[in-house]
Write a protein that binds this ligand. Sequence first.
Ligand SMILES: Nc1ncnc2c1ncn2[C@@H]1O[C@H](COP(=O)(O)OP(=O)(O)OP(=O)(O)O)[C@@H](O)[C@H]1O
Ligand SMILES: [Mg+2]
Length: 308
Amino acid sequence: MTAVSEHPSRTVEHPLLEFDNVGKSYGNVQALRGVNLTVRQGEVTCVLGDNGAGKSTLIKIMAGLHDYTEGEMKLNGIERRFGSPRLAQAAGIATVYQDLALAPLMSVWRNFFLANEIRTGPLRMLDIEAMKSICGEELRKMGIEIPDLERPVGRLSGGQRQVIAIARAIYFGAKVVILDEPTAALGVKQSGVVLKYIVKARDAGLGVIFITHNPHHAFLVGNHFIILKLGRVVLDAHRSELTLDQLTAEMAGGQELAELSHELGGIDAGKVVAPHEVRHGGVGAPELDDSADGSADGSADGQPKGTA
Ligand SMILES: Nc1ncnc2c1ncn2[C@@H]1O[C@H](COP(=O)(O)OP(=O)(O)OP(=O)(O)O)[C@@H](O)[C@H]1O
Ligand SMILES: [Mg+2]
């Protein structure tokens, strides 16, 4: 499905970022093939998939770390190949890597301005006061409580670090922010903090790409869901076309589990296959029909497509 038809009011706009039949091989390894996807402003696009599915490869292409070998990547409708991460950043694509988001020994404000320092006077000295004041102001705007901006970032929680990296990306004018498994190493509460700022980044008008293994986290914040499997897109659906149950089943490999259960002769079928995994058509279904039951998970079942 093309997202354009889902958003009649936005048909004139180009999507922020678009993949058209993108493939990537590392020598003999075909890490991505025929990938189509669209990242829109003011939406959270969740990319899900198992280990080795190609998620990191996908974001490395967007972030300028790797080039693609087939197809086209377009930014604001124009084909682009970023030769380096710096060029991707200059084009407004910010990537928050799970562990490398910030420099642990440096203070909060220093991290905030890392590589973008404000300088002043003929000697181009660091304008520490200005940087601290802006950093404090920006974090406050995002509702982030960091009492001491001098504190080394390594002594903050994982969730706080992610959030600072998101605030920094927004302040420095990112159009697209990519979060690589930001909640993978976090507990429930800290994950909640990060999810909250994912929504803030979206509401600030960014296109957010949220890479995760966790369908529950994805469904809490996502507008649009893509599942990769062995380098291919096996599901691409808008929130209004999907329930959390279906997303979970797709992630769990509903079809494979059903087949496995069959192979096991039904001995453990009740344990192996949850009812919703059988009910739904499994991977490869590009379009989810409306036969899904209206489970009370907040999904917009029954809502006509195009009224997202
Ligand atoms: N630099 C590389 N050279 C060769 N093969 C690679 C390279 N990077 C990734 N691959 C291969 O490409 C495929 C996709 O890997 P990728 O890291 O994109 O998956 P992923 O979805 O991010 O997995 P994970 O959830 O484990 O991080 C895998 O088969 C992987 O072995
Ligand atoms: Mg990865």
